[in-house]
Design a protein around this ligand. Sequence first.
Ligand SMILES: C[C@@H]1N[C@@H](c2cn(-c3ccccc3)nn2)[C@H](O)[C@@H]1O
Length: 447
Amino acid sequence: KEIPLKYGATNDGKRQDPAMQKFRDNRLGAFIHWGLYAIPGGEWNGKVYGGAAEWLKSWAKVPADEWLKLMDQWNPTKFDAKKWAKMAKEMGAKYVKITTKHHEGFCLWPSKYSKYTVANTPYKKDVLGEMVKAYNDEGIDVHFYFSVMDWSHPDYRYSIKSEEDSIAFSRFLEFTDNQLKELATRYPTVKDFWFDGTWDASIKKNGWWTAHAEQMLKEMLPGVTINSRLRADDNGKRHFDSNGRLMGDYESGYERRLPDPVKDLKVTQWDWEACMTIPENQWGYHKDWSLSYVKTPIEVIDRIVHAVSMGGNMVVNFGPQADGDFRPEEKALATAIGKWMHRYGEAVYACDYAGFDKQDWGYYTRGKNGEVYMIVFNQPYSERLVVKTPKGISVEKAALLGTGEEMNVVETARNEYNISIPEKSPDEPYVIRLKVRAAKGTKGIYR
Ligand SMILES: C[C@@H]1N[C@@H](c2cn(-c3ccccc3)nn2)[C@H](O)[C@@H]1O
């Protein structure tokens, strides 16, 4: 039985309008986490903290006014938005999500509603505006990350325990509305808002505001997408409302983790976007990456393909240095991902869940014209790639992307095939494109 809600989900099922199609077809994004936290890079008063560098203020228990003095050192002399855009283009990222304001409250744009902005630093310039223009000029969509929780603002509250709290938090929500309207007005080419810092009781108690913020942005920017993490319903339920319906336009709970390709197939019913760090848990720049495991390019590509194989997007994180340049490891990673995407992107961009059972050798994706891709990460000693097709689907042909080499397709049982591995084994994860046929009357396995 439906629970009546005033601030629950607005759309039922996946949005099918062109703006959402573009969001979905983009598939691969890059995150830019850049703020005052890049200056200390995880170290405070001579002590290096292993936790996430953008949370250093919290780990080192630094009072807001002391933390915000870092503004006097904000002077990214090596910042060159055109170079940043070239790097994203080379990586094959179709969109970039930029931290307009992280929990610390420092704004990368000259907001008139706060004094903690780039305008009041030695550098002065609107770095957000320069990034938006440079990425858009490269044909790359720009998405805005926005933290509702704001450690710089005296009216922020974690919970509402008094009338005073309530009055202060109302002022805070008005301040937040003003900043969101300012962002939408100054940068109207923005395609998405990815809200963070929305887990506190104060927000859960104000589900109405989260619904209002989504509606306000959608009225100002037709087509804009909004992540589920913004949203709390009438009862404080987050992401999915009290009737189990996804709020916002895509689920945004997969942060540094991914749904299981066998047990979590429910996620194929809605749009979703995952995001990931290269070290175990560093979004902002940290000076010492030796403190945790740093993923290799293939481990990153595996996660990108894993997400797409289940109908999701993947956003790979970069944490620029305080000087406006990127660390060598991140430049090398962007290049390596780009090389692979240049060769095999056909199996990623505008692809979706294929509806085939997961196999050990890797992942399946499906293209818009019904072709099915096998992305092989694990070469079997049997030298045969097992394919089990859904009822009524048969495999006609198999060819290696790139060389076009035809693979042998041997039917081994009903709806089961062995696909041969390439003559010369590529020394990287590779893609086989399958031509499949649906027997007459096969109900659409594709959603
Ligand atoms: C996208 C990522 N989300 C931010 C984050 C995650 N968390 C968090 C908070 C409580 C539990 C687990 C994770 N707090 N802040 C990180 O700082 C980064 O911006």
